[in-house]
Design a protein around this ligand. Structure first.
Ligand code: NAD
Ligand code: ZN
Length: 377
């Protein structure tokens, strides 16, 4: 769809019956927000929930855009994963109550995945659910966390343990906002981008290989196509399996390995996307070792991941592989003590496999560690 000014805006639907919603994506489409919000924010009362760096870049413009037609109030939370807490939720409730937000009011989540999950859970639970709109600003949020309705917070005993499935009314992903995203955060989002190519779309994978070096340049002409394709894949998978009964599990490619690494570093050493990049390398190796994937696919996959040069943190000794395997068994995706691994058959084609012999898994972790040790020298 082309709108006045000649900018292109794509519309992808997440199909969930009466909870279906559109994802609008494109570069420079933020100015469409007031018009899109009109039918959603029935009582015109909008709570923008954001955090400092993003708010500093974009809040003034958004407020200026919305204020003629809406009653906009702003709530700011500290930046970072520690804001995804019940304590923060409680403070948001108090603020919503004292500012007289009602059933017809709207929460606008402006930020990365942390803000989306936190503001989303507040919207899901306040007055048993008020309108939610996602305005994702990180690459990870644009291709992953703002789509599919998973919202929630962390508990001191574990990540993402409290939450709900709560779909937004729409998602507006303006890729121009990624220009201010730090490079390291962009690479984290690329972990998920590469994942979509690997699990679903060999052409997307080939496009990423071709254009990876220029994707984060401002006005990159390849970015909208690649990010839009990822969002469409997530939308399609969620439309077919909202609550992870089957197909949605393919989105966990590399994640079982990655979560074990993240947990070992106590969620402070590796960012999620970095852990996913390393985790996918492990998954690809295991796929090769078990004969599921041909060696060429494994090499090709790992060559792309190596372009991001993710390192293990220096401040802690390398993990023991036994400890990593133990941690995999605690993952919430484990059923009856058996771990279902999402492995690769070829680029774009994957399969869930129960492994009884953990030797290839151990070997994959060992290789990650050995490669890192080589780079440190
Ligand atoms: N709900 C889901 O389905 C889902 C899926 C994947 C991840 N997640 C969650 O998402 C979170 C991670 O999301 P994230 O990687 O976006 O992290 P994040 O929200 O912490 O954002 C990363 C950093 O980038 C900054 N930032 C974001 N957009 C920016 C911009 N345009 N310009 C400058 N700085 C910007 C943020 O302020 C932050 O410092 C985790 O809590 C994870 O559990 C949820
Ligand atoms: Zn992920």
């Amino acid at each position: 769809m082309i709108f006045p000014g000649g900018k292109k805006m794509n519309k992808i639907m997440v199909e969930l019956g009466d909870r279906s919603y559109p994802i609008y994506s494109g570069s420079g489409i933020l100015e469409q927000l007031p018009q899109l919000l009109q039918p959603v924010a029935a009582n015109k009362q909008v709570a923008v929930i954001s955090s400092p760096p993003v708010a500093g870049f974009y809040l003034e413009e958004i407020t200026r855009m919305l204020e003629p037609g809406f009653n906009v109030q702003i709530y700011s939370v500290p930046d970072g994963e520690s804001s995804k807490s019940l304590d923060q939720i409680e403070q948001i409730y108090s603020w919503l109550i004292s500012n007289r937000f009602e059933r017809g009011s709207t929460v606008l989540a402006l930020g990365g995945g942390v803000i989306g999950d936190l503001a989303g859970f507040a919207a899901a639970s306040f007055l048993r659910g008020i309108n939610l709109v996602h305005l994702p600003t990180s690459l990870l949020a644009q291709v992953d966390s703002s789509i599919g309705g998973k919202v929630g917070v962390n508990h001191r005993l574990g990540k993402n343990l409290i939450g709900a499935f709560y779909q937004p009314r729409f998602v507006l992903a303006d890729h121009a906002l990624l220009a201010t995203l730090p490079d390291e955060e962009f690479i984290c989002g690329m972990g998920e981008v590469v994942k979509y190519g690997a699990i679903y779309d060999p052409e997307l994978f080939a496009d990423i290989e071709k254009h990876v070096d220029v994707l984060h340049q401002s006005e990159s002409k390849y970015l909208p196509g690649i990010v839009g394709r990822c969002a469409a894949i997530k939308a399609e998978v969620v439309s077919k399996d909202e609550k992870e009964g089957g197909l949605r599990a393919i989105l966990n490619f590399g994640h079982t390995f990655g979560h074990a690494l993240e947990a070992y570093y106590e969620y402070g050493g590796l960012k999620h996307g970095q852990a996913v990049l390393l985790g996918m390398k492990c998954a690809a190796w295991v796929s090769g070792e078990t004969g599921l994937a041909d060696p060429e696919s494994v090499t090709r996959f790992n060559q792309l991941v190596d372009r991001f040069d993710v390192r293990l943190p220096k401040h802690k000794p390398y993990p023991e592989t036994d400890a990593l395997i133990e941690s995999m068994r605690l993952d919430k995706k484990v059923t009856g003590g058996r771990i279902k691994f999402i492995l690769m058959e070829e680029i774009g084609q994957i399969r869930g496999v129960f492994l009884d012999d953990m030797q290839p898994v151990r070997a994959a972790f060992d290789r990650i560690i050995a490669q890192d040790a080589e780079k440190q020298q």
